[in-house]
Design a binder for this molecule. Sequence first.
Ligand SMILES: *Cc1c(COP(=O)(O)O)cnc(C)c1O
Length: 229
Amino acid sequence: MKKATAPQPPALEGPPAARLAALREELAAAAARGGHPPPTIVAVAKTIPAEAIRPFLAAGHRVFGENRVQEAEAKWPALKAEWPDVELHLVGRLQSNKAAAAVALFDAIHALDRSSLVAALATAVRKAGRQPRLFAQVNIGDEPQKGGVAIAGLPDLLAEARAAGLQVEGLMCVPPADREPAPYLALLAELARRHGLPLLSMGMTGDRDIAAALGATHVRIGTALFGPR
Ligand SMILES: *Cc1c(COP(=O)(O)O)cnc(C)c1O
């Protein structure tokens, strides 16, 4: 099935508070259609400067995402000083040599996808005495250029994480860009169920309503909130 057949969610307009309210309402309705509670909105602020993030903080939003550790380190310490209850999520690929920095700054990491990173994170968590909430990223469309553990490798990765003392609470995916997303999102939900993982990080601007209807607990929304990058 091609993506052209998938209904696109409406564009959001107006100031940050209005966008957030419209998005919350839209996602709650979509989630309710699938019999699920409304998902947490992770506002993905990659490439967005602090001045453009501030209005969303002022409007009361507290859960944000970044895809690069270095960019987050440059932007967020100052914003966190002003809004200490911010919850920061890493949604992009994590290099093992940045594991300690990521554990120090982020409250959740959505990109656990390989053995070497399990080892690096376990060391960083032990040293820091704090563990961010962890999602294992699954390469749900089996795309060679994408991050994420292969579906067949997921059981071993989860076992390795457990053995290393890491508590993985959910799964995350980015479905193939040129395909109808629903089957991939449904498969991720099924994998989470099978492994007893309560959290599901799925749904971006284009597939947010479908993801919410399929039980996403965390949707990662950039463009719909901040505009095109
Ligand atoms: C950029 C990004 C998002 C947000 O994408 P939009 O389509 O702008 O909403 C979500 N997840 C990941 C992993 C991203 O890199």
